[in-house]
Write a protein that binds this ligand. Structure first.
Ligand code: C2E
Ligand code: MG
Ligand code: MG
Length: 709
């Protein structure tokens, strides 16, 4: 550090940072510390110095650093002048080198004042006497005030200076200072004069300042850094700027940036966290996983795992109980997931009902599968939403770092593939990624895009399977069954695509097409065979569709659009769907009833025991699942047959009719007739058929009816 040789310094070398401009527009006043070599001034928001005043041009003036001061120029460099011009101290100028105290007028209502902190300048008169429109900032050089004569500095001179400014000599002794108006910053008094920085501030802080001092001395340019320390029992974040002056003197500006830090912190939290669950978000998760990938590349002993979690049937909760309930479920799941992990692991919400977990520094894949099991156990505990008990479950995919991963995207993709594998193998499961799954997933993607194309090109069609009455052998209804008319593979049955469509969230579109086509068709039959058409059309409704709050509206609109007799339409809901949430199902069924649409319980008896609720549901009939019918033996009464008999008896007691599905032979018919089953459907009576064939069937059935009369 150079010692001040006591030379008086007549020529003042100035740096950009010695300047400040105080600007005032119609709304506010700002003090801007200058440090760059160029500034644009104007009304446009993206100007460096923005003045919000009508009379200010969009690009009004520029400031350019020229060796020892700023040059102000009217208008944009290379462009025309501003509308109202630039006036300095009452004189219009094209360009002018600025000096401390210059008053700039951009227009009526927008002003600027230049302040230069060069310490050899005599202190200015108080602002009160100057009567400027803008409060002046004066740097008090106590040495110039001649402290020896015990002249106390007039603190009133210090106007709204945001920084604590300290000028030190080349030894680091305080030779002058100006306190900040900020009450949270330390205040200096005359007793600090001539003291070393280290005598006035905490040791660490002083050391930090000194280390920057050296840098400033070496580079002779402004150093800016941040520092935090505890002051008056609170953490104080400061921005510290050290600027070089002549003779090895330096000026330290200390500004309280607690507010800025708080905003920065909030922004950082926002950028890395999910608003709803307060968990880290996808960004954060990707960043941390990327670190693990790199760590693994450097150290082969380090292992980690990425776990992907997708809630099963979340859409149903959202659609049936509303978004608020859905949100509450996500929050509950988030806290359960956190409970399953060690503090060093990360759980993030990746979007929608998807969560990601990074298990950091584990030994084997077993550590990850154990976590997956724990998660499944914890997640499956009931949650009460809107007074209802929901039993959540999740499909989990795990990717372990035993494979070579070159990027975070690769391992995330594998965890995702494993998760789909788990979902595909029947929900509430977990799967560990194996390379073979990638091929299956390719197949999955292929099917996905083919299905989307099929929806666009309307490659779906309906076939109709007849339902007959045992007693009269009359056709009483038709079941609409979807087929995909695949351009290469021909007519595909639902088992080839429906489940996939459901997993890929495509059922909504397919179901809408089915409903629309069914209504159009029943209208055509009504028009052709008369309004008192003696048959109904039953339409299969998927779980998603049934619990979708739009279903009732959609049906109401279709009835209106096609002007069909609502009693000619029946909806088939599987017993499994009903039992997903029986209370909601009962409400939906009642709404359907109000519309005049009845419904049938499909695949009845497959182990969901809706028997207890049958009397609460406004149902027309139940369809005994075909597995019971195929179980009818050639001779003798077996357990399967006894069940059919009991179901029929029970339903009849409740006034509900019974349809038997999957009737393939006369033997089935004989038994079912003996059990007083009402209706039957199966290949024995007719396979699913096209509309042309149905037309003939209805026609002949009509004729037979007329003959019988
Ligand atoms: P489901 O509603 O129980 O329909 C009866 C299924 O059994 C149909 O299969 C039908 O072709 C088949 N079937 C009828 N009689 C016999 C028989 O005697 N023997 C045998 N082995 N099978 C028989 P399909 O058309 O393949 O449909 C399968 C399932 O796909 C349906 O079961 C239904 O749950 C669903 N599905 C079909 N069409 C639609 C639709 O438009 N929307 C929705 N959401 N689901 C549909
Ligand atoms: Mg059905
Ligand atoms: Mg069925």
């Amino acid at each position: 550090m150079k010692l001040n040789q006591g030379k008086s310094c007549q020529t003042t070398h100035m740096n950009p940072s010695d300047f400040m401009i105080i600007v005032k527009d119609g709304f506010n006043q700002k003090s801007i510390y200058l440090e760059r070599s160029f500034y644009s001034i104007g009304r446009d928001r993206d100007r460096d110095i923005h003045l919000s005043c009508q009379g200010v041009s969009r690009y009004h003036a520029s400031l350019m650093w020229l060796n020892n001061s700023y040059l102000i120029t009217d208008g944009e460099p290379g462009g025309g002048p501003s509308k109202n011009g630039v006036t300095i101290n009452g004189k219009k100028i094209k360009s002018k080198i600025l000096k401390s105290g210059d008053k700039i007028t951009f227009c009526k209502g927008a002003y600027g004042e230049v302040k230069a902190f060069h310490f050899n300048e005599k202190p200015k008169k108080s602002i009160a006497s100057e009567k400027t429109e803008i409060e002046s900032i004066n740097f008090i050089d106590f040495k110039k005030f001649n402290l020896k004569n015990n002249l106390t500095p007039d603190l009133n001179l210090m106007s709204e200076h945001p920084d604590l400014s300290i000028r030190t000599d080349s030894e680091g002794r305080i030779i002058s200072f100006q306190n900040s108006i900020d009450k949270n910053l330390p205040k200096l008094s005359t007793k600090h004069l001539n003291k070393l920085i280290s005598e006035c501030f905490p040791v660490k802080f002083s050391l930090c300042i000194l280390s920057h001092y050296r840098e400033v001395e070496k580079t002779q340019s402004l150093e800016t850094f941040e520092y935090s320390f505890t002051y008056k029992n609170q953490v104080l974040y400061c921005e510290i700027r050290i600027s070089p002056n002549e003779n090895g003197c330096q000026t330290i500006f200390i500004r309280n940036i607690n507010e800025r830090k708080a905003v920065e912190k909030q922004l950082l939290i926002k950028a890395n966290h999910d608003d709803l669950t307060r968990l880290p978000n996808r960004n954060f998760f990707m960043e941390k996983t990327a670190c693990s990938v790199i760590l693994r590349q450097r150290d082969e002993r380090y292992h980690f795992a990425v776990i992907f979690i997708d809630l099963d049937r979340f859409k149903i909760v959202n659609d049936s109980l509303g978004h608020l309930a859905g949100d509450r479920l996500l929050i509950e799941i988030s806290s359960r997931l956190k409970d399953c992990l060690r503090p060093q692991d990360i759980v993030a919400r990746l979007g929608g009902d998807e969560f990601g977990i990074l298990l950091h520094d584990i030994q084997t894949i077993d550590d990850a599968t154990e976590v997956a099991e724990r998660i499944q156990e914890k997640i499956s505990l009931p949650v009460v939403l809107e007074g209802r008990e929901i039993f959540p479950s999740a499909s989990i995919g795990i990717a372990f770092s035993n494979f070579v991963y070159n990027s975070v995207e690769e391992i995330i993709k594998d965890a995702d593939i494993a998760m789909y594998q788990a979902k595909y193998s029947g929900r509430a499961k977990y799967a560990v990624f194996e390379p073979e799954q990638a091929n299956q997933s390719l197949e999955f993607l292929r099917l996905d895009s083919a299905l989307k194309r099929a929806i666009e090109r309307q490659e779906f069609k309906l076939l109709y399977q007849p339902i007959f009455e045992f007693k009269t052998q009359k056709l009483i209804g038709l079941e609409a069954l979807i087929r995909w008319s695949h351009p290469q593979e021909g007519l595909l049955e639902p088992s080839h695509f429906l489940k996939h469509a459901e997993d890929a969230g495509l059922t909504d579109l397919i179901s809408q097409l089915t409903l629309q086509e069914s209504f159009r068709q029943i209208k055509e039959w009504e028009s052709h065979f008369g309004n008192d058409l003696p048959i109904f059309l039953s339409i299969n409704i998927s779980k998603c569709q049934f619990f979708n709050s739009d279903l009732i509206n959609l049906l109401r609109n279709l009835i209106e659009q096609y002007q069909v007799n609502a009693s000619n339409i029946k909806l088939e809901i599987t017993e499994a769907t009903l039992m997903e949430d029986i209370q909601i199902a009962i409400n939906i069924a009642r709404c359907l009833d109000n519309l005049g649409i009845k419904f049938l319980i499909d695949d009845f008896g497959t182990g969901y025991s809706s028997l207890n609720y049958l009397h609460d549901l406004p149902i027309d009939a139940l369809k005994i699942d075909q597995s019971f019918i195929s179980g009818i033996e050639i001779d003798g009464i077996n357990a399967g047959v006894t069940i059919i008999q009991s179901i029929i008896g029970l339903a009849h007691n409740l006034g509900i009719e019974v349809i038997a599905e999957g009737i393939e032979c006369a033997r089935h018919v004989a038994w079912l007739k003996a059990f007083k089953c009402d209706y039957g459907q199966g290949f024995y009576f007719g396979k699913p058929m096209t509309t042309e064939n149905v037309d003939c069937l209805i026609e002949s059935n009509f004729r037979a009816c007329i003959k019988a009369h």
